[in-house]
Design a protein around this ligand. Structure first.
Ligand code: ADP
Ligand code: MG
Ligand code: MG
Length: 201
């Protein structure tokens, strides 16, 4: 079973990975965007961990909805509302149980990813974070062991954005010139799944 502390540790691990990879994320965004993806997420997840350390919500759902709200209010770029929606919608789907199963989390994340697709109007193959998130939720199952499969699927999905042409977001303004670069948001989504696998291990 996964309790509020597990979700708190997950988001703290995301913040650590985002700090470590911030320069890389910004470098990817400088090729096909506006060179702020690393700093956007650093600002967002720093605020998330500060709020969680202060408030310590008591349920998994409350941890995720509070984190999502923080991302929306602190990240100005496209990724703030999108990741904020992912966490808020996933948290809402978990309800107010004190502990949830891996299967419940998998189902809730499916609702969260569907909300991201609805908000951004993107689908798989558009060279966005969905190219990592969708394979990840497809790989999630009923056990914490499936988190490692989801991590691998997200990483492969991010790498597979390189030959794609961007159809959504700033990178789409480049048209064919977006081909040949890895999508920053798909890369950061892979970090979210890497952190999940890490805290469950
Ligand atoms: P901005 O582009 O506003 O500067 P960021 O650099 O923080 O925002 O985030 C860019 C990432 O957001 C992209 O690499 C892409 O993965 C994701 N993204 C942008 N638009 C969309 C969308 N409509 N749907 C899903 N993801 C998107
Ligand atoms: Mg950007
Ligand atoms: Mg920007």
């Amino acid at each position: 079973m996964l309790d509020a502390d597990f979700f708190h540790r997950w988001l703290t691990a995301v913040a650590v990975l985002v700090d470590r990879e911030a320069a890389h994320l910004t470098e990817l965004d400088s090729a096909i965007g506006d060179a702020d993806h690393g700093s956007n997420l650093q600002r967002g997840f720093t605020a998330v961990t500060a709020t969680l350390n202060k408030d310590a919500p008591q349920t998994p759902g409350a941890v995720l909805t509070l984190a999502g709200r923080q991302l929306i209010s602190t990240v100005g770029g496209a990724s703030g509302p999108l990741y904020g929606t992912l966490l808020r919608r996933t948290g809402k789907a978990l309800g107010d149980d004190a502990e949830v199963t891996p299967a419940q989390l998998a189902e809730a994340l499916r609702a969260g990813v569907a909300a991201v697709a609805q908000l951004g109007g993107a689908k798989a193959g558009d060279k966005t974070m969905l190219d990592a998130l969708e394979p990840a939720i497809a790989a999630l199952g009923d056990t914490t062991a499936s988190f490692a499969a989801a991590r691998d699927a997200a990483r492969e999905g991010a790498l597979a954005t390189v030959p794609l042409q961007a159809r959504k977001g700033r990178a789409s303004y480049l048209g064919e010139r977006s081909i040949g670069h890895q999508d920053p948001g798909a890369t950061s989504s892979a970090l979210l799944l890497a952190a999940l696998a890490e805290v469950a291990a």
